[in-house]
Design a protein around this ligand. Structure first.
Ligand SMILES: [Zn+2]
Length: 283
């Protein structure tokens, strides 16, 4: 759910490049003949994505009755994504967009694939359209699968069009126990519409982010607990709080809604943790 710059490559350039080495004359001729339809589909996608109306785009079993879903899937897989393919440079450029190589959907794992915002099995004209291709990690790509939005509320956050990075929306809560744990949830800022709130909450659930972040936090808490026990076993809640707060502030500079930012803020705000709850982190 993190913003990325919109790709500068056009749908026409990418499509023309990807099909540049098709040897079968019949296929080549049919692919070339749907170029205008592919450009049109990309423009329709761009307009819709800018207005939270992607759900209004109708799926299609083929392109103008001329090119099948299977043929376009092969164009993507064999001529854009495959190593050494004519379109592979574009594929690599799209994959390289996120800062530090982090998946823009979870902000956690490393990018390893391109995810079709609208699945190529239902939207063949968008199979190689750059605005429909989002760099993602394996887990997010798998969790999204071939789901398409049917309402505005079901549209996942699109990194090229939606920007929700400015305000904090990810929060963590300390679970007081042995060991201490953190629970993650979406806390919508006051200015969010009902639709935006449900889009983010739905995506948070679809990508299983609560448990994925909790698992990362559990490891961090174990390491932190050792550090705290070594340095603050005899008390010093104010010092503990101050250390946690400055760590939260540093994390916030990198990512306002990162799981580490939310984690350290929750720990700094927890009297229980600062007064010795950290000791419970050692199993
Ligand atoms: Zn991811």
């Amino acid at each position: 759910m993190w913003k990325l710059p919109k790709p500068e490559q056009t749908a026409e350039d990418v499509f023309t490049t990807t099909i540049s080495k098709v040897a079968n004359e019949d296929l080549k001729q049919r692919l070339v003949s749907v170029t205008a339809a592919i450009v049109g589909a990309s423009i329709e996608f761009d307009d819709a994505a800018s207005n939270n109306e992607i759900h209004t785009i109708a799926p299609s079993a083929n392109i103008d009755g001329i090119v099948t879903v299977k043929e376009m899937s092969r164009v993507y897989t064999g001529r854009l994504a495959a190593k050494g393919a004519p379109g592979r440079t574009v594929y690599d450029e799209l994959m390289a967009a996120p800062k530090h190589g982090r998946c823009p959907l979870c902000g956690q794992h490393v990018v390893s694939t391109l995810d079709h915002y609208l699945p190529k099995t239902q939207f063949p004209a968008l199979a190689v359209a750059p605005w429909n291709l989002i760099p993602a990690c394996h887990d997010c790509n798998k969790a999204k699968s071939d789901v398409r939005p049917l309402t505005a509320s079901e549209e996942t956050i699109h990194p090229y069009y939606d920007d929700i990075e400015g305000e904090p929306w990810l929060v963590a809560e300390v679970v007081e126990g042995t060991p201490a744990a953190l629970r993650f949830l979406v806390s919508p800022p006051a200015g969010w519409s009902e639709i935006l709130t449900s889009r983010v909450q739905r995506q948070f659930k679809m990508l299983n982010l609560a448990s994925r972040y909790a698992a990362k936090a559990a490891q961090e808490l174990t390491e932190l607990s050792d550090l705290m026990n070594t340095n603050y076993a005899d008390g010093g809640a104010d010092d503990v709080r101050s250390l946690l707060q400055s760590t939260a502030n540093s994390c916030r500079l990198v990512n306002v809604n990162g799981w580490r930012t939310a984690s350290y803020q929750a720990l700094a705000d927890s009297d229980w943790y600062c007064r010795g709850g950290f000791a419970a982190g050692v199993a």
